[in-house]
Design a protein around this ligand. Structure first.
Ligand SMILES: *[C@@H]1O[C@H](CO)[C@@H](O)[C@H](O)[C@H]1NC(C)=O
Ligand SMILES: *[C@@H]1O[C@H](CO)[C@@H](O)[C@H](O)[C@H]1NC(C)=O
Ligand SMILES: *[C@@H]1O[C@H](CO)[C@@H](O)[C@H](O)[C@H]1NC(C)=O
Ligand SMILES: *[C@@H]1O[C@H](CO)[C@@H](O)[C@H](O)[C@H]1NC(C)=O
Ligand SMILES: *[C@@H]1O[C@H](CO)[C@@H](O)[C@H](O)[C@H]1NC(C)=O
Ligand SMILES: *[C@@H]1O[C@H](CO)[C@@H](O)[C@H](O)[C@H]1NC(C)=O
Ligand SMILES: *[C@@H]1O[C@H](CO)[C@@H](O)[C@H](O)[C@H]1NC(C)=O
Ligand SMILES: *[C@@H]1O[C@H](CO)[C@@H](O)[C@H](O)[C@H]1NC(C)=O
Ligand SMILES: *[C@@H]1O[C@H](CO)[C@@H](O)[C@H](O)[C@H]1NC(C)=O
Length: 495
């Protein structure tokens, strides 16, 4: 699909395999009331977004991004591509005006030359490699080619037969451009930039691709996806598409070019033909994407090799044409209010909603049910949580699972203790989250509870999860009790 505008993205610098993985955000500007650059940068800072990609090289944005430490990918818009691909001096002027004059105050790390050129502006395909070369030689002339990488974001539709990944190949009619392009990327140590949209792969698959597989949710064993040629197991569409790119490059004998995902995301709203464009699915996709990327899992073909990604996108773009979903890919509205709060337990502070301090304590996904039950029993007993809403017929009885009941009790205990981090451990089966677990008439307490007492977190070592201690491995249930009791004693001492 063509993403014509937009464009802020965070970019990375070097392309070495052992580089840190990062999450960036694309900044499209098709808003009826586009925030000014100072407001955009204030939001980026507040949300601790460290990498952005711009769809142009807007002077106001580049000035606002100066001295922020934010790493910036700028773009040659498709409208300027033909001129730049046909004239070395036009390219040199572009670099001088849009890159050299801002660097190093603005940490430009990447130049994206065009956007999905093969599908959005196919008549420019013949000059695309020249445009890459001209921009690169202008950077060389300014001695910036080591700091700044040059590439071009490609749509995944140029990869034919991506499932199973081992059979993927590029649309042969593009090889005349792709082969010299891959040579360029290889010789300059740059990235293969790919836009990956499991949402569209799922929508266009007519039911072949399960929704859970697109959303990075666990699949039942009988629906696991195995590539019969390589016997590699795939648990999500994102990895399969990135590996398809690796295999397609390998079929042209390029085996050492890293992949950088320049766009990926999920729309939070759609029209009647787009029933899976929902807030819940968008939150699930983007939260899982962030966790997946930052976990540095790599892909089945290249485990452990970082594949960084820019989320599409920062703002909902209300003036974009097309179906309703086109206007609803953003994490924020034009006022900087989140469309949804990402579920980023355990992923650090990327994209935290730190305008309020609303946090909750929840049972971890996949936590051992015996340990959860033990912690639940403790919270409702010695922990003095009022667990009566969990009784049959009461608002928090449904869903009647250990995990849901434990989440209620954990959160009540955590709020009672003033959201002290060590009050949300429960021997490692609980974690702090920004997602409100309230459902139906079962309302959870949040940070607005002014009656919460503040637990001074001075108790040394109490925040340690102490996972892997021999005692726990011998007897997880009693170890759970042990750890929780220690926490409660500390709480009692401090309160
Ligand atoms: C820009 O970011 C890169 C990548 O993190 C870093 O190595 C470099 O020092 C930064 N450059 C400037 C001028 O801040
Ligand atoms: C393009 O311009 C650069 C200087 O910006 C120069 O070093 C290079 O040789 C030129 N390349 C061509 C193909 O003219
Ligand atoms: C391959 O690329 C050509 C040229 O862009 C295009 O006309 C054709 O439809 C593509 N084939 C497939 C199967 O996508
Ligand atoms: C890739 O390399 C192999 C072995 O060197 C060669 O036989 C094959 O023709 C090459 N393929 C392409 C597309 O260049
Ligand atoms: C994180 O990485 C570990 C080890 O590489 C893996 O076992 C785990 O499933 C990964 N988690 C996610 C959410 O990808
Ligand atoms: C997140 O921040 C926005 C903007 O300040 C606020 O309106 C919203 O209520 C917050 N959401 C939560 C769950 O804290
Ligand atoms: C959130 O916490 C920070 C630091 O703990 C504090 O400075 C800020 O005032 C709090 N914000 C709100 C809305 O409570
Ligand atoms: C604080 O506690 C008092 C007395 O228990 C209660 O009446 C009041 O509603 C509580 N306030 C909040 C915000 O929960
Ligand atoms: C605990 O925190 C309160 C409020 O921040 C402070 O007044 C008090 O001195 C602290 N007590 C200890 C023992 O640190």
């Amino acid at each position: 699909m063509a993403l014509l505008f937009l464009l802020l993205l965070v970019v990375v610098s070097a392309a070495s395999a052992d580089e840190e993985a990062f999450i960036g955000v694309n900044i499209g500007t098709d808003l009826s009331d586009m925030p000014d650059p100072t407001q955009v940068v204030a939001l980026l800072k507040k949300q601790q977004i460290r990498y952005v990609r711009l769809y142009n090289a807007d002077r106001g944005m580049l000035l606002a991004l100066a001295n922020t430490g934010i790493k910036v990918a700028v773009s040659v818009p498709n409208e300027q591509l033909l001129a730049i691909g046909q004239s070395n001096s036009t390219a040199a002027n572009w670099v001088s005006q849009n890159v050299v004059s801002h660097y190093p105050a603005t940490n430009i790390t990447t130049v994206c030359v065009g956007s999905e050129v093969f599908t959005s502006l196919p008549n420019a395909a013949p000059i695309l490699v020249n445009a890459l070369r001209f921009i690169q030689s202008a950077l060389v002339a300014s001695n910036l080619d080591r700091q700044i990488k040059v590439s071009t974001p490609l749509p995944s539709s140029i990869i034919l037969d991506p499932f199973p990944p081992s059979q993927a190949f590029f649309n042969h009619s593009l090889n005349r451009v792709l082969v010299p392009m891959l040579s360029f990327l290889q010789s300059t140590g740059s990235y293969f930039m790919l836009n990956v949209y499991p949402y569209y792969d799922y929508m266009q698959s007519n039911g072949v691709i399960p929704l859970d597989y697109a959303l990075f949710k666990p699949l039942p064993a009988n629906r696991e996806v195995v590539d019969a040629n390589t016997l590699l197991h795939y648990t999500n569409v994102f990895d399969a598409m990135v590996d398809a790119a690796f295999f397609a490059m390998a079929s042209l004998n390029f085996t050492n070019i890293p992949v950088l995902v320049t766009e990926s995301g999920w729309p939070s709203k759609g029209d009647s033909h787009e029933p899976d464009a929902t807030i819940e699915n968008a939150n699930t996709y983007n939260s899982n994407l962030i966790r997946h990327v930052l976990n540095k899992t790599g892909t089945p073909k290249h485990p452990g090799i970082a594949v960084s990604a820019y989320i599409y996108e920062l703002y909902n773009e209300d003036t974009r044409p097309g179906p309703l979903s086109e206007k609803n890919w953003g994490l924020f509205d034009g006022n900087g209010v989140p469309i949804y709060i990402l579920r980023l337990t355990g992923s650090g502070s990327v994209l935290a909603n730190d305008t309020t301090n609303q946090t909750y304590c929840a049972a971890k996904d996949g936590a051992d049910s015996k340990m959860l039950q033990a912690a639940l029993d403790w919270a409702c007993g010695p922990g003095k949580v009022d667990c009566s809403p969990l009784l049959q017929g009461q608002p928090c009885y449904e869903p009647d699972t250990v995990s849901a009941h434990a989440t209620y009790a954990f959160d009540a205990y955590y709020q009672k203790n003033g959201q002290a981090p060590l009050a949300c451990d429960f021997n490692g089966v609980a974690a702090i989250t920004t997602t409100n677990p309230s459902h139906g008439s079962c309302l959870f307490l949040g940070s607005s509870d002014k009656n919460a007492t503040f637990l001074n977190s001075t108790a040394p070592a109490m925040s340690s999860k102490s996972s892997g201690s021999p005692a726990q491995q011998c007897n997880p249930v009693s170890a759970a009790y042990f750890m929780i009791v220690v926490v409660s004693i500390a709480s009692a001492l401090l309160l």
